[in-house]
Design a protein around this ligand. Sequence first.
Ligand code: C2E
Ligand code: CA
Ligand code: CA
Length: 834
Amino acid sequence: MTDGSVEDRAPEPASTQLRVWALIALLAGAATFLQTVVLTDVGILPSGQPRFWLLLAAGFVVAELCVVHLTVKQEAISFAFAEVPWVLGLFLVAPEDLISARIAGGAAVLIWHRRQSAVKLAFNLAQFWLGAVAAMAVWRVALGGAELFSMRSWLAAAASAIVIEMVAALAITAVITLRSTRSDAPRLALTLALGTGTAASAANACFALIALDVIRMDWRGLWAVVVLAAFLFLAQRAHVTLLRRHDAMEGLHTFTRRVGSTDLHLEAVAHEVLTGVRELLEVETVVLHLTTPAASWTCDSTGISPYAPPETLPTPSSGSRRARGQQVQALTVLLHGDTEPVGALTVSGRLGEVGGLQLADLRLLEAAAGHAAVGLHNARLADQLRAQAAANEHQALHDALTGLPNRLLFDRVSTAVLADHPQAAVLLLDLDRFKEVNDTLGHAAGDAVLRVVGERLRHLLVDAACVARLGGDEFAVVLAGAGPEAAQDCARRIATALSTPVAVLGVTLAVDASIGVALASGYGGDVADLLRQADVAMYEAKGLHGGIAVYSPDRDHNSAQRLSLAADLRAGIANGELVLAYQPKAHTADGAVHSVEALVRWQSPVRGMVPPDEFIGVAEQTGLIGPLTEWVLVTALAQCRRWLDAGLELSVAVNLSPRTLHDPAFVTRLGVLLDQAGVPAAWLILEVTEGALMSDPERAVEVLWQLRRAGVRLSIDDLGVGYSSLTYLKRLPVQEVKIDRSFVTRMVDDADDEAIVAAVVQLAHRLGMTVVAEGVEDERTWVRLRQLGADAAQGYWLSRPVPAAEIAPWLQRWSAGGSAVSVPRMRSVPSLGA
Ligand code: C2E
Ligand code: CA
Ligand code: CA
């Protein structure tokens, strides 16, 4: 083999092109120099023996056509048998004829058969030329003055043939170095060209010498030489084919290892498949389509890039209809899954090599696709497992309803924040009256409210380290690096954001939250501590009516006690530890008793008898007032029913907490309770404090009207301790006012108190209301109240609050002795008016 030539491949940058042209100029320059300076007697044009010249040129054409192509690292190198005509030419024709025939024969094949581009053609012709003149020079020098047919001339011819090969090898190495990005490409090309090339060209030269001798002895013996030549050519071809197969097997093995060795990520495996197939089949472009998940990539000399996935997979190339040796530009194979194709691989643009893609390539591609399908399948499974694991992890750390982090994640994040920041704040927020939403509008509405709140917090607090739903209507926020101002500012922003009403199931609800703030700076506690402090502050905030409170250690003791009280009370209500005491109200005019007030007591097994003043407030702050009031109503109404059944016509008065008046469902619920108890609404008196009316007068007045229309009697409790002006009373649909005992108890000794009582009585009467005086502790007060015109009285002097069972016996005693006792006593205080 004497010559190699370089084939076309993908376009390359202009700078590389320029360097290749410089190389061509260098080769041509060297050839010109050798021909004009060293071979002074050799002309550029043929000498004028057209018959021999044509024969030789034809010989070079045949030699170039019987070429064996090899691809070295994406660069095709073609080995031809040009040594044979060359060596023959040395002995048979003039030097200029040999050189020009060499160039002309080579050019003819490159132009018409291989259709090489200008740069390729120029390169190959330049290196042909340089090789030819160099070989000619070596031939001349090696031959010296020796005979044309001698031992020396044979060696000189062989040396000359080797020079052609070496020049070609060096030139190709140079051009590969210029064009290839691989650092080992030139070394590989050089080894290949010099190693196998020089040995083969020496052998080819020897073969030509034998042919020459045969021609000299008897040219008719040439047929034997031709047969031998054909055999050698075929043997060489077979060898190259074998080499190729071996290469393919090795390539496939490498490919399988590559695809199997990546960590099981679909994209990583896909990338290995793309680059692996590109290298294995030595093609310009590889496209991989996958159906599940739909994804496509293309891989070419510029790298791997995503690609628009096709609607349907491309049609695979058919191997059966492909004739041996038939060549195409592109091949497609399907990647088979368990039941149906899961993707397709398309390769196109054979790199470097002259021909296109063949049957052998299809088989190789199919084999690679088989391995690729398995690798991709495994990767997909692994991806799914990972996604599942991630989803599980997400589920374990997030609240399903709002999508916010849950308590677990909040703890984790907060712990990290506390470890990293000297300052941090935890905000705990609890929605006000959320239970009422749930109870009245149903859980769907409650969930909707929670979702809206979650969404608002998420949008508002993008800078917070964590916004979590801890459970129920409780949310928590941790702020990294926040001091007192930043934390309170954040709490205010939350309150503002939540104050926009929420539309749920066609109802517009005002969502308020109580926010407790705990600061980490200088404390050094853990997340649990901070959360507990925020909790204490939050309960305090509830007392501030929808406000914000910052934790302070001074109030903590008290708050902690209240918290534990709330917990006990919750259990107490459930365990039936509450009892009712009843206190009668009697008419001052005739001592008649028409009603009793129900007063709750908590008979705690741990705390003993707890008076309502100690737990009503806590119940109001912790949402327990709802169940508590319901229990009192149910119990009191049942008792009322029993008295009615026993012939005792006693109304019961039940105290309402201010919060109950703001419960949108209360009126409806009360109707149900009255029905269930079988007690007409007129037998129920609801006592409402002034404070309850003041916090949201519009709403309160509306609810009072609803209750009034339902037939319930209404009473203003503790009148006088509130801040309302008395004229305000006229707007209220109430039938009764109860003068607070702080005015009543000492009225006989305190002229101011008495004046107030007298004024209230007059005003109430003018407004058509009856007046009850509470806190009557002695007969003097009782008598004086009758003189002032108060309608009824209640107090220790008449009776302390007593269990229901004691009411009937008391009534008997009262009506038996009441007038008898009271009249003389009344007389014994004659000077009151004076
Ligand atoms: P209130 O509605 O003003 O109830 C009257 C309170 O005055 C009762 O205290 C009663 O025992 C007390 N009292 C009655 N006569 C006299 C007297 O002559 N002198 C003095 N010094 N006190 C007298 P109690 O039972 O401790 O209740 C305290 C407060 O607790 C009640 O004041 C009421 O506001 C609240 N409360 C009681 N039961 C309930 C209830 O079921 N629900 C609600 N929301 N609050 C209740
Ligand atoms: Ca009361
Ligand atoms: Ca009262």
